[in-house]
Write a protein that binds this ligand. Sequence first.
Ligand SMILES: O=C(O)CCC(=O)C(=O)O
Ligand SMILES: [Fe+2]
Length: 304
Amino acid sequence: MSERKFKFTPEQLAFFRENGYIGPLDLYEAEFIKEKYRDIRADIFDRANCAYNLPHNSLLAGYDRHLDIEFFTKHISQPRIVDKVQDILGPDLLCWRSEMFPKYPGDEGTDWHQADTFAHASGAPQIVWPGSSDFGGAITVWTALTDVTEANGCLRFIPGTHEEMFYDETKDMKYSPEMVNNLQKNGIKRGFFGYDYRNLQKDPNFVPDESKAVSIEMKAGQCVIFWSTLMHASYPNSTTDQTRLAVTARYVPTSCQVYPGTDTVEEYGSILSLDKYGVVLVAGEDNFKHNKVITENLRGVPFK
Ligand SMILES: O=C(O)CCC(=O)C(=O)O
Ligand SMILES: [Fe+2]
C-alpha cells in the first residue's frame, strides 16, 4: 500500500473510536468549494446521465450523483478522505452510496436516528457485513458545500452511542409525504423525510439524551466523519435566506454485500432501478467479488 499522507493521528483515531465521529476536518478551501458549488449547480439539475430516472423533487434524486457529476466522482476518492477511512475500515474500501442533503429555509430538521443495515426506509438491508459480524453500519463522510450553523441546520451527534442500536431497522415504518415539515418533537420541527423514525425504537419509551448532544458547525469545504450507527440528527433550517447543502459519501469494506438479492430499491416514495448502479473501489483490492464494481462514471470519467 502506498504511503498514506492524510491518515489520522493516533489522537484523532482514539477520539473517533471513543466518540464515533471526528471533525470538522479541513478538506477543501472554502472559496474553492463555494465556486465549485456554483459551477456544478447546472450539473445537479441535468439528470440526462443520472443513474436513476427520478423527478427533481424526490429525496432520492440526490442519491449517487458521484455516478454522473465529475466533481463528486473525484470527491469520493479524495486521499484526504480515503486515507482516514482506511484507518477505520482497513485497506480495501468501497464507496457504495453518496447523497446530497439540502435543507432549504424553513425545512424541518432530521430526527435522531442510527443506520446499521440501512433497511430502515426500504425494509430490506442495503449493506450486509460478513458472517456473524455484530458490527455493521457504514462510515459516512459528510462534507459541507455551504457554511453550516445551528441556525441553518447543522448536524448533531450524541458522542459514544455508535456501538448500541436503539432502533430496529426491521420494524415497519410507513412513508407519508404529508408528514414532511409537519412533525414536532420537544418543540423542534424535525422528522425523517416523510417517516417517523420513532416507529423503529426498540423501546417505545426511549428518549435520546439531548443534554449530551453536540452541534457540528462547519465551514464550507470541511467534512465530518462518523459511523452511521452513531445517534445523529440535524437542526431545522430556521433561516429565511440560507440553503444548507451537504454531500455524504458512505464507505464499507469490500467484504460487505451491497443491496444483496435485489435490483430495485423502494423508499422515500420513489423506486430506483439498480441497472446502472455499481460500487466504486476507492482503495485496495476487491478479493470478495460480492458486488458489481464500476471503474468509470456514467459519462465515462474514471473514478481514480
Ligand atoms: O444532513 C442531514 O440532515 C442528515 C444526514 C444524515 O442523516 C446522514 O448523512 O446519514
Ligand atoms: Fe443518517
